[in-house]
Design a protein around this ligand. Structure first.
Ligand SMILES: NC(=O)c1ccc[n+]([C@@H]2O[C@H](COP(=O)([O-])OP(=O)(O)OC[C@H]3O[C@@H](n4cnc5c(N)ncnc54)[C@H](OP(=O)(O)O)[C@@H]3O)[C@@H](O)[C@H]2O)c1
Length: 329
């Protein structure tokens, strides 16, 4: 698989990242089996995937622990990304990094990312702590996640940020409006999360009623009669499923799995370094690897852009898929 550099660093990662949120149980993912998760990770390593993304938030540390266990002696062959959230004062950053290192059973993290901005701590202080971790050899690089125009611009001014991990997929294209051009100009790599919109872009849900409650929490969906939804908006369900139906037709015409179109489309967009895909078992992991290794013509990718343009226009500027208001600015 093609390798790309993380930002302007020399560290190279595969275009597909194994996303470790769904290797443990959470709101989108129940009855997850540890054996399936380990097999998915082992297959990915065997197939040449070298980039793994986790966070303490996933399963309250359980994802980091399981990833560390599954990597075993392959740890040094891969590029390991984790995150920090919550208060980001210097002492918090140094302490939480130690905890992640212990859970991951490693003595360094390759890419340490600020999971969400902490507007109560000066970013300068957080960046200074990350620089110290680099000097101490605990991390190799740092990046941000869920940083919009304002926070990203400040982070670029203050530090050596290499990546911005953002929700980006064919039915959630809001980063194109302001953030992607900043990344492109500054040489910041975009790591796309929810690349298949938590399975919606694999075509497994035929209409709105099919989508399980835990996956109908994003702004695409109406708040009405959905107790798990946090945002208080009416959503854009019709436009979302019109777009998914249009993508389904494109894929049927060209004999292409929908997940393949979702992943290959992202990889053709400016500043995108790698697409994060969650896989719950080895079969899904293999399908996602095959998808990224396949070729999809620029004409088909253009059709997909056109099919989702209207949805992009109605979905506004909010980059936060879930919260009331926005935690991204
Ligand atoms: N920075 C952040 O704030 C943030 C937020 C969210 C996620 N992330 C990262 O991004 C990664 C991926 O995001 P995500 O898990 O939200 O979404 P995703 O990758 O779009 O969707 C993953 C889900 O899609 C289904 N799936 C995967 N491969 C499939 C295949 N080949 N065929 C059919 N279904 C398939 C699986 O669920 P089912 O089989 O149950 O349908 C899987 O759990 C996470 O693991 C995490 O590392 C980061």
């Amino acid at each position: 698989m093609k390798l790309k550099k993380l930002g302007q660093s020399d560290i190279e990662v595969t275009e597909l990242t194994f996303g470790c949120m769904s290797i443990v149980n959470d709101i989108n993912c129940d009855n997850q089996n540890e054996k399936d998760s380990i097999q998915a990770i082992e297959l990915s390593i065997a197939e040449g995937i070298n980039f793994f993304d986790t966070a303490p938030m996933y399963g309250d540390g359980a994802s980091e622990v399981l990833l560390g266990k599954a990597l075993g002696t392959s740890r040094k062959k891969v590029v390991l990304a984790s995150k920090i959230h919550g208060p980001l004062k210097k002492a918090d950053v140094l302490r939480e990094c130690e905890k992640s290192l212990t859970r991951l059973n490693t003595d360094y993290i390759d890419l340490y990312q600020i999971h969400w901005p902490d507007w109560n701590t000066p970013l300068e202080e957080t960046i200074a702590a990350l620089e110290q971790l680099k000097t101490d050899g605990k991390i190799r690089l740092y990046g941000v996640s869920n940083f919009g125009k304002q926070d990203l611009s400040e982070a670029i001014r203050l530090g050596n940020v290499v990546t911005n991990q953002m929700s980006y997929n064919l039915i959630w294209r809001n980063i194109e409006k302001e953030v992607q051009p900043i990344c492109q100009k500054a040489g910041i790599g975009i790591l796309c999360y929810s690349s298949m919109m938590q399975g919606l872009l694999t075509g497994k849900f035929k209409d709105v009623a099919d989508v399980p409650e835990g996956r109908a929490r994003s702004r695409h969906f109406s708040k009405n009669n959905r107790p798990l939804v946090r945002h208080q908006e009416n959503g854009f369900e019709k436009e979302t499923f019109d777009a998914i139906d249009a993508l389904r037709k494109i894929c049927e015409t060209h004999h292409l799995p929908m997940g393949t179109l979702a992943l290959k489309w992202l990889l053709a967009q400016p500043a995108v370094t790698s697409v994060l895909a969650g896989a719950r078992n080895a079969q899904q992991a293999k399908e996602n690897i095959d998808a990224v290794n396949s070729e999809v013509s620029t004409e088909i990718l253009k059709e997909a852009s056109e099919a989702t343009e209207h949805l992009k226009n109605v979905s506004g500027f909010n980059l936060d898929m879930w919260a009331p208001g926005s935690r991204i600015r």
